[in-house]
Design a protein around this ligand. Structure first.
Ligand SMILES: [Zn+2]
Length: 399
């Protein structure tokens, strides 16, 4: 089986297009979606080899904007090679792009981690590198967040913003098109000013790990924050006399949010409330996976603490949930059980994340001319084929 190819046809799948699902064939050509045909000519040798996807549903590849690692590798410590191992694991789970996510740490650790991501990104499109989920940049979760909502983050590295400081300790990936995202609490000292400064530096600003009141949230919105990180987790909860971040988020249609749909971080009923208020148009799926993802139950060292994974649930020594061990594929499987349409799933797992990062003209939907970033799922929600930039990154069609 070819692993990278000039052109090939994906035959017989149900294609999840933005507004409908159709049974059709799809031509992958020069890394892009070349054509969508009702039925490619039987004798299609002229346009390339055909792969039979009968019985499978073809989604745009999933994009995970919040993930700390997998297969034992943590983004804060991993080398570029180890990050590539994470990216290969993600590809096996239908993820075609990701945003390695950093946690509060000493400056030196930030620098090292960002350099490793940069090295990964320099090599990831070369045909000599096995195809894997493409890193799009970095996501800083913190360090400008609220100690009272720290979750599993290490509070000793939290910061407030002093406009005299130059933000130099926050390195960015120095590559054209590299994306940068940050999760912050607008109520930290200097928070609103910080949002303005980060927006001018091209950051996507998301609100999270926060206890901000509605007035502060309105100011944050005006300053350019338009998104909420792991909505409902690590933020003050909804109270009938203090609607707080959750009440504000549920009622502001201009604000998008992401959720960890692992059945642990959010009760399914809360997930339903989010979907009713925000709808699939404004909701993204994330994994928030940590390094033990993909390794099963056990005890693992993460962020200088021992994290226990039991029955798919993480906990640290302080008793907090410490991220998830799911992939986007698991989140999609769970959402599928909520009787959400395939269009809505594609929106939450692919298009909305692409739009948040400003890459939606390039990827995030199955449309002619877009990057061939695709995943074929079977009825049980297993990934059977993942194509990234027109290269086959994972193939389990023979099973
Ligand atoms: Zn996280």
């Amino acid at each position: 089986m070819r692993s990278n190819s000039e052109s090939f046809v994906l035959r017989g799948a149900r294609l999840v297009l933005p507004h409908a699902s159709i049974d059709a064939d799809l031509l992958v050509e020069e890394g892009r979606i070349g054509r969508i045909f009702e039925r490619a000519p039987e004798d299609s040798q002229s346009i390339g080899e055909a792969l039979n996807l009968n019985g499978l549903t073809l989604f745009p590849g999933f994009i995970d904007v919040h993930i700390h690692g997998a297969m034992g590798a943590d983004v804060m410590e991993a080398s570029a090679d180890e990050l590539h191992t994470v990216a290969r694991f993600l590809a096996r789970n239908g993820v075609t792009a990701w945003l390695p996510t950093l946690v509060p740490a000493p400056d030196e650790d930030y620098r090292r981690a960002v350099l490793a991501v940069e090295e990964l990104m320099c090599g990831q499109d070369q045909t000599t590198t096995p195809a894997a989920a493409r890193s799009l940049g970095v996501h800083y979760e913190g360090p400008f967040v609220n100690e009272g909502q720290c979750g599993a983050l290490r509070t000793k590295y939290f910061r407030v913003y002093d406009k005299r400081s130059a933000l130099d300790f926050l390195p960015i990936v120095e590559l054209e098109d590299a994306k940068r995202m940050i999760t912050l609490a607008p109520e930290v000292d200097g928070g609103i000013e910080l949002i303005r400064e980060l927006r001018t530096r091209g950051f996507v600003v998301s609100i999270g790990h926060t206890r901000a009141d509605v007035e502060t949230l309105d100011q944050a919105f005006d300053a350019g924050a338009r998104h909420l990180t792991h909505f409902m987790n690590a933020m003050s909860p909804l109270h009938h006399r203090a609607p707080g971040v959750v009440g504000w988020g549920l009622t502001h249609d201009e604000v998008t949010c992401d959720v960890i749909a692992d059945g642990v971080h959010l009760d399914p009923l809360m997930l339903e409330i989010v979907l009713r208020c925000k709808t699939a148009k404004r909701t993204l799926l994330i994994s928030d996976a940590v390094a033990p993802a993909g390794l099963g139950d056990g005890e693992y060292g993460v962020w200088n603490e021992t994290i226990t994974v039991k029955d798919g649930r993480t906990s640290n020594e302080r008793g907090s949930i410490a991220g998830s061990v799911i992939t986007m594929r698991d989140a999609v499987r769970m959402i599928r059980n909520l009787k959400v349409s395939d269009q809505e799933i594609a929106r939450m797992a692919s298009f909305n994340p692409a739009k948040l990062l400003g890459v939606e003209t390039e990827c995030g939907t199955i449309e002619q001319g877009k990057r061939a970033d695709l995943v074929a799922l079977d009825e049980e929600g297993n990934a059977r084929l993942t194509v990234i930039g027109g290269r086959i990154a994972f193939n389990d069609l023979q099973k």
